[in-house]
Design a protein around this ligand. Structure first.
Ligand code: PLP
Length: 445
């Protein structure tokens, strides 16, 4: 060191507190050149890997493998999982299915959503929510989002209801519950079913109750990216015993729960085979033992990250509705405002974050503007089922300006990034502050 005063200050600080030393090092990193412009990245280590497995998963899988009873009903793993998941969530019934999309398809079929119906959905969701509706030859009607929470704007649902509307599918996007009080009230007033798309919201809670148990039914996904995973997989929760039986029969070619292997009770109605295998049941039983602990870690880390990010001008972490008592944090979501970053475009901000060792995504693009919708509406089936007037008026009814803006501003971190340490959260915030400090240089380069 050139200057003895600097050296004394440095030694004194280091001797006083290790925390200060760490803070000083982090700030030195922030002051340095952005990694995108050739500087040192804030972080080199990768974040927690996903999916995670342990000896229990291996033993469960081997047990099924060696048994030769690989199919649902042959062994008992899927049944055991259904019982355990219902118990954990407080639902009366659980029906496992092949994936989250088939959970939605099964539920919509079982409640009788069909050709000519309209189903209210948010535009800020994974495409499966909408595909499941259209598979029934029903029209998805988009209700705009509330950009503060990223969830469906519940106050706009009622105005979208017509005499064709039979259901609303609120999505607990990112694991943060939509406003279930308001949605259930509107649904009850207008006599609509509520199918909760909880594919991202395992163990999330609304006023102390697990989501997926408050509506007519709740649908879950166990695709590998989800907080509870078996590669592919899904489940339906409901407190309605008849509905559970119809769901079970739908995914089992009209056969109800078996009494003995060929003595099924045929339930009736349209049906198909969407069964989960015993291998997936085995994986889920192991994964389920870790879900609570992992959810608690995500929640703690997310709260810390929010406390850091909300201090940064131009960063607006997604807010939660007042009734949310637990957020599953499948995604950590915030809005990015370039004005506070010397007009650095979001795409460049994402690149700069990645270069600092913080992978991030810009999330969904506007679903209600995608070409697959028009292609389906132009098909013979839809033209047979809906009047020209309804189809012609469709585009105008489905404008979602708040969602268009949200899709340009959103930034996501994936759930596995929340499974590490508080220090990981501090590095994420440090990277954002560093990019902000060098916004002008990054925008120019
Ligand atoms: C993942 C997901 C689905 C579909 O689940 P799959 O298991 O992939 O079929 C549906 N809705 C939402 C909101 C999802 O995130």
């Amino acid at each position: 060191m050139k200057n003895p005063t600097d050296r004394r200050t440095f030694l004194g600080a280091a001797a006083t507190a290790g925390a200060f030393f760490a803070g000083r090092a982090a700030r030195a990193g922030e002051a340095g050149k952005p990694a995108l412009l050739g500087g040192e990245p804030v972080r080199r280590a990768s974040f927690s890997s996903w999916p995670r497995t342990d000896a229990r998963d291996e033993n469960n899988l081997l047990e099924v493998l060696r048994s030769g009873r690989w199919f649902r009903g042959g062994g008992d793993k899927v049944n055991q999982f259904e019982t355990a998941f219902a118990e954990l969530t407080g639902a009366k019934h659980c029906v496992a299915v092949a994936n989250g999309t088939s959970a939605l398809t099964t539920t919509l079929s079982a409640i009788g959503v069909g050709p000519g119906d309209e189903v209210i959905v948010p535009p800020y969701t994974f495409i499966a929510t909408v595909n499941a509706v259209m598979l029934q030859y029903a029209l998805p009607v988009f209700v705009d989002v509330d950009p503060e929470t990223f969830q469906i704007d519940h106050a706009k649902i009622e105005a979208a209801v017509t005499d064709r509307t039979t259901a609303v599918v609120p999505v607990h996007l990112g694991g943060s519950p939509a406003n279930l009080d308001a949605i259930l009230e509107t649904a009850s007033k207008r006599k609509l079913s509520v199918v909760e798309d909880a594919c991202q919201a395992h163990l999330a809670e609304w006023r102390g109750r697990k989501v997926g148990t408050l509506g007519t039914a709740g649908c879950f996904s166990f695709q590998v990216s989800k907080n509870l995973s078996s590669g592919e997989g899904g489940a339906i929760l409901t407190n309605d015993g008849d509905l559970a039986e119809r769901c079970y029969a739908f995914q089992n070619n009209n056969r109800g729960r078996a009494v003995d292997s060929y003595n099924f009770r045929y339930v009736g109605g349209r049906a198909t085979n969407l069964r989960l295998t015993e291998f997936q049941g085995a994986l889920l039983l192991g994964q389920l033992t870790r879900l609570e602990q992992q959810s608690a870690t995500r929640e703690q880390n997310a709260a810390h990250l929010t406390s850091l990010l909300r201090e940064i001008p131009g960063i607006a972490p997604a807010k939660m509705h007042e009734g949310v008592t637990r957020n599953a944090y499948h995604l950590y979501m915030f809005r990015y405002h370039p004005d506070a970053f010397a007009s650095l475009p979001r795409a460049r901000f994402l690149e700069a974050l990645k270069a600092e060792g913080i992978p991030a995504s810009g999330g969904y693009s506007p679903l209600n503007r995608e070409s697959f919708l028009q292609a389906a509406l132009d098909s013979k089936g839809f033209r047979r089922v809906f009047s020209k007037e309804v189809l012609d008026g469709y585009r105008d009814r489905n404008q979602c300006p708040a969602n268009d803006r949200l899709c340009e501003e959103a930034v996501w971190f994936t759930q596995n990034m929340l499974l590490g340490t508080r220090g990981d959260m501090e590095q994420i915030a440090a990277a954002v502050r560093k990019i902000q400090a060098h916004g002008a240089d990054l925008a120019k380069a």
